[in-house]
Design a protein around this ligand. Structure first.
Ligand SMILES: [Zn+2]
Length: 259
């Protein structure tokens, strides 16, 4: 299985609109970050996690023409505002593409963009995605990839984390309950939110100290931090973090067999 980091930026990206790089070195291409999203691939199956506002450019970068399903972690704008870009990909297939999320997330998307899931009634606009409700804790399968969802505390709402075999993705999370920790046990690779960097008090995103505590407990072989803000320079992070915790960058590929 291959994981591609399509984007690893915080909600505003790096640089933010207006060219604000913060503490990030503009000369390091690894600091150029679109909003957080990953692609999970086997030989035959492509799964997208989250539909960011940069989805079109993210998919075109990898010349990706087919998706077998889309998982949505939660309905915050930076994770769903590119959902219209899925229209052409979905309509290329024999059937409309499934979008998986918990009830709260999918109903919020439906409330904001009802045209996505049902025809408008004017015979001009037709639905192009199908809602697929999943529970906060559910095992399911897309193509030949097994997935397990688990609930995460994001303070303003709960988000879903996803486990794919021995790989897990936890974006936009500040606390993880015991049940979800159990789901994460035994992973080799963890891509996890550390968007609060080194602040002492965190509200909606985990910080590095918290990620280190989780890693101490779970002991994945490799942990990659994502949802990186403009205060998180790539090289500075590489220098600060232990070798088993690394920052990601847009376009990074992680081969689960090679860890
Ligand atoms: Zn969020």
């Amino acid at each position: 299985m291959k994981i591609t980091i399509l984007g690893c930026g915080a909600s505003m990206g790096t640089p933010m609109a207006g060219g604000f790089w913060g503490d990030c070195d503009p000369n390091n291409p690894k600091n150029n970050r679109t909003r957080s999203s990953i692609l999970v691939q086997s030989e035959t199956t492509n799964i997208l996690v989250d539909a960011t506002v940069e989805l079109r450019t993210q998919l075109n970068r990898f010349n990706l023409k087919k998706l077998d399903g889309v998982l949505i972690s939660h309905a915050h704008s930076d994770h769903i505002n590119g959902i219209d870009d899925l229209k052409i990909i979905s309509l290329q297939g024999d059937e409309l593409m499934n979008v998986y999320g918990n009830f709260e997330t999918l109903e919020e998307i439906d409330r904001r963009c009802p045209y996505i899931f049902r025809p408008k009634g004017d015979d001009l606009y037709f639905e192009f995605l199908k809602k697929k409700h999943i529970e906060n804790y559910q095992k399911f399968r897309i193509g030949d990839i097994d997935i397990e969802s688990f609930e995460q505390d994001h303070m303003t709402c709960s988000s879903l984390g996803f486990r794919f075999g021995r790989v897990a993705y936890s974006v936009d999370v500040v606390n993880i309950n015991d049940r979800s920790m159990k789901v994460l046990e035994g992973i080799d690779i963890w891509i996890v939110d550390a968007g609060s960097y080194n602040k002492e008090e965190t509200l909606t995103h985990a910080n590095i100290q918290k990620v280190k505590k989780w890693v101490e407990h779970l002991k994945p072989k490799m942990t990659y931090i994502t949802d990186l803000g403009t205060n998180m320079d790539y090289k500075t992070l590489c220098d600060e973090l232990p070798p088993n915790i690394r920052p990601v960058y847009d376009g990074m590929e992680i081969d689960s067999e090679k860890i």
